[in-house]
Write a protein that binds this ligand. Structure first.
Ligand code: NI
Ligand code: MN
Length: 227
């Protein structure tokens, strides 16, 4: 599995047979000005919650990829459905098998409203399980004890993608505790640097993880890792 960081909370995932994008917010992110959303070819668009910094480019990407399927909570899928975007709704605790593997929509402690003020359901994260890998994408969330359920109900995680920017989500100290709860010491950080309140001290964050025997991966925007 190849995972590319496209800035903020936008993740591009290539499995053996499928391309997925999570929470596309590229055209509104000055730090991601070198990413061309028109060049993105995707089969699925995953949305964790309705905030603008997670859904801004959904319509543009769906327009360029008319066969792509949106996967999110019921309310968000419904809202984009009215704009003609094809989707598959999930709700918390539910999983579904797709051609790439399965996705489970899991709890996040945050809020969720769509850009026009419509109700965005409750926010979530995803556990993505393919035949070879399992990845937790937390979405925007606080540290929560619900994270302890993830290793009880999913295969061993190969990677966790966790928000670390603080202010709107957990910061890196709480993210290191989250990594204990989910029993995964390999963490990719996201949701930092985009706006002044979530500016990250990367050296401090990485040394904190190191001091706990954990790895914190911070990718440059446009860079990838293989797991
Ligand atoms: Ni949010
Ligand atoms: Mn956010």
């Amino acid at each position: 599995m190849n995972i590319t960081f496209l800035g903020h909370a936008t993740i591009f995932i290539e499995t053996e047979n499928t391309k997925l994008i999570v929470d596309p917010f590229i055209s509104g992110n000055n730090l991601a000005a070198h990413i061309d959303i028109n060049a993105l070819k995707v089969d699925y668009i995953l949305i964790t919650h309705g905030h603008q910094d997670h859904v801004l480019d959904v319509e543009a990407i769906a327009k360029n990829n008319p066969k792509a399927m949106l996967i999110s909570n019921y309310e968000i899928v419904q809202w984009f459905g009215e704009k003609g975007i094809n989707g598959h709704p999930l709700n918390h605790g539910g999983k579904h098998h797709f051609d790439f593997g399965s996705l489970k929509y899991v709890n996040a402690i945050h809020s969720s409203i769509l850009p026009d003020g419509s109700y965005g359901g409750n926010p979530g994260g995803f556990v993505l399980t393919t035949p070879s890998k399992c990845v937790y994408i937390a979405g925007d969330t606080a540290l929560t004890l619900d994270m302890k359920l993830i290793p009880e109900t999913s295969p061993t995680l190969d990677l966790a993608i966790l928000p670390i920017g603080d202010n709107f989500t957990m910061g890196y100290e709480d993210a290191s505790i989250a990594s204990d709860f989910i029993r995964c010491n390999k963490v990719m950080g996201y949701h930092y640097d985009t706006f002044p309140p979530i500016k990250l001290d990367k050296t401090a964050a990485q040394s904190h993880f190191e001091s706990k025997g954990k790895e914190l991966i911070l990718l440059d925007i446009g860079s990838s890792i293989s797991i």
